[in-house]
Write a protein that binds this ligand. Structure first.
Ligand SMILES: Cc1ncc(COP(=O)(O)O)c(C=O)c1O
Length: 402
């Protein structure tokens, strides 16, 4: 498909002839302590799209996904959590299980398109910085497509995510520093060594890859959008991807209005929410939450997400770490959905807002990552019981004791 890039800040346009990252004019104007400027968005030439509504995510991608079955990202199920629907009183409540992706998180969607970009331009190396999931997703896609992944990750990332990347064969560099330092290092790497840089938001194709979920939801809801979508947010790129997907569908004339997109953030990591409330775009001094995947002080896709908030008439919901951990247990015990803390944050956002939502609204909560990613987070809250003697009496005694 034909496409061009447009700067979110100055509106300058650039041809879609090669790999591009930030707007060369605006990215130099970065002010310390403010959200990154110069993000490029992809503007598609939608004329050739099928008008029948029979659209697939591939129809909105600028690169062809090579052999999608080699790395089957997306096409994730939509669960209707019946007990929770009843308890909260919503007939049309759904969880989009992106935890079912090959590496266990939503990040596989972007990594698949970045792999396609690398193959399209004949590159064999992809560098990425990550709080954990983007790295393991890229490592997984890299393994599937025969690409080398170089991963810059803060040493504090959950061990399971790092181990996953090691097992997929990535070159893993745990950095003694913050995510922001890992981000800068990965850019210095590709600027000097070449290859594709997959940093979230920095490479506009990360937003493009993440929009496939919107097309799937449109199809799963019978060619319409749900009314409200809850999206856990750190850098704001999943949020931007969902927004861009529905915007493309609207621009193509397939839906008339966008769903309301709710940006859910943890109290200790809520830079986008603060900016939305105050109208400013200031980083927060330090991000601190149990939900490592949404722990971001300087949201790389913050400006894009703010655009989506305004266009979709969405809002920000801020929740506590306690609410995130409670949501994780509630999803597990009452819906059989095992979500990592960042993903459970979306559910916590819904629970927070539930009393003020219309009961007949069609609501989707994005479950962006699987719980196995971070088992340490349970601490003393859940434990495997002590062994029982191998007799029925001993078992029954344990069972009746609860
Ligand atoms: C499981 C999960 N949920 C939510 C997010 C937040 O996405 P974003 O940083 O694009 O806002 C991430 C990002 O790493 C993630 O891994």
């Amino acid at each position: 498909m034909e496409y061009r890039y447009r700067c979110l800040d100055c509106g300058r346009e650039y041809p879609g002839d090669r790999v591009r990252y930030l707007c060369p004019s605006c990215s130099f104007e970065r002010l310390p302590g403010k959200f990154a400027r110069g993000l490029l968005e992809v503007i598609l030439d939608l004329d050739g799209l099928p008008k029948s509504g029979e659209i697939t995510p591939q129809d909105l991608f600028v690169y062809r996904i090579p052999d999608p079955s080699a790395f089957p990202a997306g096409n994730t199920p939509l669960a209707s959590p019946r007990t929770l629907s009843r308890e909260y009183g919503f007939a049309e409540l759904y969880c989009k299980l992106d935890s079912h992706n090959p590496s266990g998180s939503y990040k596989d969607r972007a990594s698949q398109l970045i792999a396609a970009q690398a193959l399209h331009f004949g590159e064999d190396t992809v560098a990425v910085s990550s709080t954990g999931n983007a790295g393991s997703a890229m490592a997984c896609a890299g393994a599937a497509y025969g690409l080398k992944t170089v991963l810059f990750v803060p040493e504090t990332a959950p061990k399971n995510k790092l181990m996953q990347s090691v097992l997929y064969g990535a070159q893993v560099l745990p950095i003694r520093g913050s995510y922001d330092e890992a981000f800068a290092l990965s850019i210095a790497f590709t600027e000097t060594q070449g290859g594709i840089n997959r940093n979230t938001a920095y490479n506009p194709m990360t937003v493009e890859g993440k929009k496939s979920c919107a097309v799937e939801l449109y199809r799963q809801f019978g060619r319409r959008a749900p009314d409200i979508i809850y999206i856990p947010t750190g850098d704001g790129v999943i949020y931007s991807g969902i927004y861009k997907g529905f915007r493309d569908l609207r621009d193509a004339g397939l839906i008339s209005s966008l769903p309301k997109l709710v940006c859910v953030q943890a109290e200790g990591s809520c830079a986008v929410s603060r900016a939305w409330r105050s109208g400013g775009v200031a980083d927060i001094p330090e991000a601190r939450t149990v939900a490592d995947s949404i722990s971001v002080a300087s949201p790389a896709g913050g400006r894009y997400a703010l655009k989506g908030l305004a266009d979709s008439r969405g809002w920000c919901t801020v929740i506590t770490d306690e609410a995130i951990l409670a949501a994780q247990l509630e999803l597990s015990r009452k819906a059989g959905i095992f979500a990592e803390p960042a993903a459970a944050a979306a559910w916590a956002g819904f629970v927070h807002d539930a009393p003020k939502l219309e009961k007949d609204a069609v609501i989707t909560v994005l479950i962006t990552g699987i719980g196995f990613k971070d088992m340490d987070v349970f601490g003393g809250r859940a434990a495997v019981p002590e062994p029982v003697e191998p007799s029925l009496e001993a078992c029954l005694e344990r069972i009746t004791r609860g």
